[in-house]
Design a protein around this ligand. Structure first.
Ligand SMILES: [Zn+2]
Length: 95
């Protein structure tokens, strides 16, 4: 009569989920700009709701996009200078 040993493998849960989140983040961020341009509603995104990192990133991008829209003359494509400014803004924000 041998009771099956109740093995309780203590898996590194936090580590595993952190990895999954990383993959989710990569996938999310990959499509983020396109979805933003398409006017997608990010409030419904299940990943965004649980990921403060992507929330912060999205907020940052939205702020920049908003500023860019205000700077831009209507119906004109952003010129290179503007995108350089945006890139600088992102870079300085991350330091
Ligand atoms: Zn994320």
């Amino acid at each position: 009569m041998t009771a099956p040993e109740k093995q309780n493998p203590s898996q590194p849960r936090e580590f595993a989920s952190a990895q999954a989140v990383d993959l989710d983040c990569a996938a999310f961020q990959q499509g983020m700009a396109a979805r933003m341009a398409a006017g997608d509603d990010f409030d419904q995104d299940p990943h965004l709701r649980q990921c403060p990192r992507c929330q912060a990133l999205l907020a940052e991008l939205e702020t920049i996009a908003q500023a860019a829209r205000m700077l831009l003359p209507t119906e004109e494509e952003p010129d290179d200078m503007l995108w350089q400014k945006i890139e600088k803004a992102i870079a300085s924000d991350r330091t």
